[in-house]
Structures are given as structure tokens and as C-alpha cells.
Design a protein around this ligand. Structure first.
Ligand code: PRX
Length: 630
């Protein structure tokens, strides 16, 4: 396709810089996609064969709609691939993790050191009676111990469920009890913007009605040390120092669960997305190598907290599987000043920088004088994830951070997909506003309600037609909810719940959610969770939450609240309700705006019509309101 043909009047197209093309060992997209299409199983066999398996698979996949099993009959351990595969070869002394803490604190772990730490904690967990298949909840800030804890679980075949350390006590309790965790690993506090945020009180409250928890392991970082509850709470360092050194990697079946990660649902409590060992490992490895193009000499920074899926796949597992060097930091983007991230890029010579649109928009607003103070010339590739990267933010990122040399990957995927699904792979022309094409290995399409393709340029639903290795196994203890995903239209496609448009070159633009999930600063928040948190306040009779477009955060949360009889609406009550949500769910879920109303638009069956609220809020036509109750 010629440059002319690709160019539409308003659509900007950037062609990858030739100097980059030469240096970056990129893979030809069309060739790779063709290889996949010709024989999908052979394609995945080739990828999976780079990794070490204790026992080979019988089949690459067994597809029994809506269930796919991957690498059936195979035995493996993901940590053997993340650690021994490198330690026993040339990467023993290679830096696995550079960690930068506030105030210039630094920690460096080589592959060998990480390997030793993981084995010790693995043994410590075993000594507490943790067995294969047991769930361990990890509630830690983005410090090396979080990486060690995840890998230690995987080492012994336990299933980790990481909860982002910004979540409040109820959200934490729901996830601990939902997963039936036996052990919780946490810290006394996390560090943020020059201060420390206590975590232990949140954990204590979350543990009160959590009957499955037998022990809590606490990393104590603060002086004076917090006191521990005898027998129930154990000191992380003590445990490690008493643990045996060598820990055999558990042989887990490819289909055994590796982790559960909770994500917000449209209704009811959050969903525990289950990922299995073999398929997830292959998906994470493949995309880190071929999409992120992570190479031997890269220093790679994924700014997502390890507590999210991006942190799981591209902060930890993917880069360790390919033997890369990870940069991890607890610095927020604007403290002590808005130059800190650019300073870190200069100091560590970061080569690949993977971040979120909300951060890019924040930097754009602050201005390019901050990045201009630093040498960003080591950067060779930029990435974005979590929500659409709007063309203005793309252009700014491209020009001021990538200096018009670095390709930008706008990666579309989900907690459920486990790996990248749609993006513009390095080497292809980039169209700001469009995420790009399905990557080789993924069969995605834009369809109408029935599942039939919509015409080029028309809005439809993004659906996935065929299984892929790192697809979720199920929703923990809720198979019915899993099945709903593979129930789209008449062909039973996987429904992403995202609206999309495809252009004549097959590039996909994402237009936002088609359900009641709100993406706030790239974080997935369910209206149901916010509403139930509000209703749990004694003053509230009913509540509805919607997402309202915001130039910085993508969306903000707006809540509508009906008060109980006799309760007087006051400005103070608005603050109280916002505090209440913050304590229960954490800061991400707090409504930025809250209105008191007398009634809410509902269907005759009593379902709140958020669509009507949203339209009214934005001064738009509410569309079909025939189901609206009087
Ligand atoms: O709506 C899409 C949006 O984030 C949703 C998935 O959220 P979560 O499971 O929390 O995972 C986020 C990180 C992978 C999607 O259904 N989303 C994610 N990436 C993009 C995006 N929307 C547009 N463009 C993206 N690149």
C-alpha cells in the first residue's frame, strides 16, 4: 500500500523511522500473520518451543466452545522459565530489576538474586502449609517484594491474587474472601509523594470477616516497627531468614490456575478472572518478544502498578520470560516535580517506555519544558494502554518524548485477554486514534448485534472469533459469567464489551465501553460497585453512577443519590459520601461529582437507565426511551 493510498484528508499517518527499522530486529507483520493463519497450532507450537516444559504437551489446543485448553497434558513452571532459564545460562548476573524509590532510594536485583529470594519465600509459604492450588492474596505496593511474592506463589503452584494497594478495606475483603485466600502478604505502609500511607489498618479491617485466612505475612518497612498479633501475623524478613534455600519448582499442569485477578463487573461483585499457567506463559512471552520487541540490552519501564493486569503481564511475567531488565518505581509522575519520570528515563537509560493515556495527557497539560530538560535519547519505543490514546496525546507523545523517532504502540487488550490483542506492531504505519490491527495469533473483528461484520467506518462491537493461549480460563467460581463472554451474536464470539470502528486498512479504533464499566484514568471501575458502596451509607436510599468524559482522566465518575426520607442534603453530606466510598473502595472509585436527586430513570423492571442519565448530563439525545418507566 502506498503512502498516498493510506493518507486520508484528516487522518495523520506516521511511517516508522528508517533508522529504527534497521536497528530493531522487527518482525514483518504480514508474514507473521500469514504464518499464523496458515496453521495456528504450528504457529503457537513454534512460539511455545522457545520455553522449557517439564513434560511436552499432547495437543496445542483443544477447543470446545466456550472452553479452550492449551498445551494439554504439559507440565511446566513459569518461574523455571523466568529464572532458571536465565540463571543457568548467560543471564545469571544480568539485572532483572532496577527499583527506584522516592528520595533516591535504589535497589538492584540480578536474575540470580531474584531466583534466591523467590525460592526462600516459596519455602516459607510451604512451611506455613501453603500447597499447590491454595490461594495467596498479595496486597503490597510496587516494590521488589511484590514481584518476589508473585513468583514465590507460582514456584510452589499456589495461586496468587494481587490486590492493588490503593484499594480500600471492603474491596480488599471481597477479593480475599472471593478467592478464599489462606495467606495474605502485605506491608505496614506504602510510600507516596513524600509520605507513607498505612496499609495495615486497611488489612486489619479487611480481615475481620475473612474466615479462610490462616496467616498474614507483613513486610515491616517503618520505624518504630508495627507490633504483630501473636501467631497470626508474621514478619516477612524473619520468615525469609529461617527458610530453606533451595525450592524445587512445582510441576504444574498447563491448565492449572496461575493467578486470579479481580476486575470490575457490570453487575454484582467484581469478577475473579482466572489465568492458567501454560497458555498465559506463552501469551505473555510471545507478545513481550514480538509486540514490545524487548531485547537483551533494553531497560524497560512499564509504569502500571504490578497489581493490574498490565503490571502482571508486561511489568513482570513477560519481561522476565524473555530475560529482560525491568525498571520499577514508586514515584508518582509529578512528585517531587513533573520532571521526575523524565529524569528516571535519563538516569537509567530507559529504552522502552509503556504508560497510560491519562499520564500522557497530564504531561501534555503541564508542558514540554519538563521533558525537554532531560536526555531522552535512549528511548526507542513507546507504548500506551488502558483507554484510547487520543490523537492530540499521541502527537504530543510522539513529538516530545519519542522525538519523532520512536514508534508508539497503542495496545488494546483486557484483564480477561491476558495479553495484547490489537495494536500497530512496530514497522507498520501508525494512525493516531487507531489502536491498529489484531496481532498475529488473534482473530478480531467489528460486528453488529448478530455478530455479522459492519461496513467499513461503521460503529460496531469488537469481538474475538477464535481462542488464544492467554485467554482467561473462567471467572472464579462463576462459570456462568465466563460463558456469557463467549456468547456474542449468533456465532458465539468472545464479547469484549467495547465499541469500535474498522477502517479500510483493517485498523481498529476503540470508542469506549458498551456496558456499565467506567474507565477512569485507565482503571476499570464498575458502576455496580460504586452504587452499592453509596447505598451502604445510612443516609442513602438509592444511587446511580455514570462516567462523564474528562479531558485528563478519560472519564470521571458522577453519582446521583436519592436520600432516605428525612435526610437533609447538605454540602457536608457530599463530602461524607465521598469519604465513605473512599474508605470502602479506595480513591479510584470516589465520585468526582455527586448530585442529590428525587428520582432516577428506570425501566419498568426497575433497572436504572444510566444511558439516559449520561445523555442528560451531556445535553444529548437520550435515544430510545420506550422502556423507561413513567
Ligand atoms: O475498554 C477497553 C479499555 O480497557 C478495558 C480493559 O480494562 P482492564 O481489564 O482493566 O485492562 C486494562 C489494561 C489491559 C477494555 O475493554 N482499553 C484498554 N486498552 C485500551 C482500551 N481502550 C482503548 N484503547 C486501548 N489501547
Amino acid at each position: 500500500m502506498s503512502e498516498e493510498e493510506l493518507k486520508k484528508p484528516e487522518q495523520i499517518v506516521h511511517y516508522p523511522d528508517p533508522s529504527f527499522q534497521e536497528s530493531a530486529l522487527i518482525h514483518d507483520y504480514n508474514e507473521l500473520y500469514h504464518e499464523f493463519e496458515k496453521d495456528p497450532d504450528a504457529f503457537w507450537r513454534r512460539i511455545a518451543s522457545d520455553l522449557l516444559w517439564f513434560k511436552q504437551w499432547d495437543n496445542i489446543k483443544v477447543w470446545n466452545h466456550p472452553y479452550a485448553q492449551w498445551f494439554t497434558g504439559a507440565d511446566l513452571n513459569i518461574t523455571y522459565n523466568c529464572l532458571e532459564r536465565h540463571v543457568n545460562n548467560d543471564r545469571r548476573n544480568k539485572v532483572a530489576i532496577f527499583w527506584a524509590g522516592e528520595n533516591g532510594k535504589e535497589r538492584i536485583l540480578t536474575y540470580y538474586q531474584l531466583y534466591k529470594d523467590v525460592m526462600r519465600l516459596g519455602n516459607a509459604l510451604k512451611s506455613l502449609g501453603v500447597e499447590k492450588g491454595d490461594r495467596v492474596c498479595i496486597y503490597l505496593p510496587g516494590i521488589p517484594e511484590l514481584v518476589v511474592s508473585m513468583l514465590a506463589c507460582a514456584r510452589i503452584g499456589a495461586v496468587h491474587t494481587v490486590v492493588f494497594a490503593g484499594y480500600g478495606s471492603k474491596a480488599l475483603n471481597e477479593r480475599i474472601t472471593g478467592a478464599g485466600a489462606k495467606i495474605v502478604i502485605t506491608a505496614d505502609a506504602s510510600v507516596r509523594r513524600g509520605g507513607s500511607i498505612p496499609l495495615k489498618p486497611v488489612v486489619e479491617e479487611a480481615l475481620i470477616h475473612a474466615p479462610t485466612v490462616e496467616r498474614v505475612i507483613i513486610l515491616r518497612t517503618q520505624e518504630p516497627k508495627v507490633s504483630l498479633l501473636d501467631e497470626f501475623e508474621l514478619d516477612y524478613e524473619d520468615l525469609i531468614s529461617q527458610a530453606d534455600r533451595y525450592c524445587e519448582p512445582a510441576h504444574v499442569d498447563s491448565e492449572d490456575p496461575l493467578f486470579i485477578l479481580y476486575t470490575s463487573g457490570t453487575t454484582g461483585p467484581p469478577k475473579g478472572i482466572v489465568h492458567a499457567a501454560g497458555g498465559y506463559m506463552v501469551g505473555a512471552y510471545y507478545t513481550t518478544k514480538y509486540v514490545l520487541t524487548l531485547r537483551e540490552n533494553d531497560v524497560y519501564w512499564c509504569t502500571a502498578d504490578p497489581g493490574w493486569i498490565t503490571g502482571h503481564t508486561y511489568g513482570i511475567y513477560g519481561p522476565l520470560l524473555v530475560g529482560g531488565t525491568i525498571f520499577l518505581s514508586e514515584y508518582t509522575p509529578d512528585y517531587p516535580d513533573p520532571g521526575i519520570w523524565w529524569k528516571l528515563i535519563e538516569d537509567y537509560g530507559i529504552t522502552i517506555f509503556y504508560t497510560a493515556p491519562t499520564a500522557i495527557r497530564m504531561f501534555m497539560r503541564i508542558g514540554e519544558e519538563w521533558p525537554n530538560k532531560y536526555d531522552l535519547s535512549t528511548l526507542r519505543l513507546l507504548g500506551s494502554v488502558g483507554e484510547p490514546l487520543n490523537p492530540e496525546a499521541f502527537e504530543w507523545f510522539y513529538k516530545y518524548i519519542g522525538k519523532e523517532k520512536c514508534p508508539i504502540l497503542d495496545t488494546w487488550w483486557q484483564t480477561e485477554t491476558g495479553m495484547h490483542m490489537v495494536t500497530t506492531m512496530v514497522g507498520l504505519p501508525m494512525k493516531p486514534g487507531y489502536a491498529g490491527k489484531p496481532i498475529p495469533g488473534v482473530v478480531a473483528t467489528v460486528v453488529d448485534d448478530d455478530g455479522d461484520p459492519v461496513p467499513t467506518g461503521a460503529t460496531g462491537f469488537l469481538a474475538i472469533k477464535e481462542p488464544w493461549p492467554s485467554m482467561m480460563k473462567t471467572v472464579y467460581q462463576n462459570d456462568e459469567r465466563y460463558q456469557q463472554y463467549w456468547n456474542f451474536g449468533k456465532y458465539g464470539y468472545y464479547s469484549t464489551n467495547d465499541l469500535a470502528v474498522m477502517d479500510e486498512d483493517g485498523y481498529i479504533m476503540l470508542l469506549g465501553r458498551s456496558d456499565d464499566i467506567i474507565i477512569v484514568a485507565g482503571h476499570n471501575v464498575g458502576t455496580a460497585e460504586i452504587e452499592s458502596a453509596l447505598v451502604s451509607h445510612s443516609a442513602v436510599a438509592e444511587a446511580a453512577a455514570i462516567g462523564k468524559p474528562d479531558p485528563l482522566k478519560g472519564n470521571i465518575i458522577k453519582a446521583f443519590v436519592i436520600l432516605r426520607n428525612g435526610i437533609v442534603p447538605t454540602p457536608k453530606l457530599i463530602h461524607d459520601l465521598r469519604y465513605h466510598v473512599r474508605i470502602i473502595l479506595g480513591p479510584i472509585s470516589v465520585p468526582a461529582e455527586l448530585d442529590f436527586v428525587d428520582n432516577l430513570p428506570k425501566t419498568r423492571s426497575g433497572k436504572i437507565m444510566r444511558r439516559v442519565l449520561r445523555a442528560k448530563e451531556m445535553g444529548m439525545d437520550p435515544g430510545d426511551v420506550s422502556t423507561l418507566d413513567d
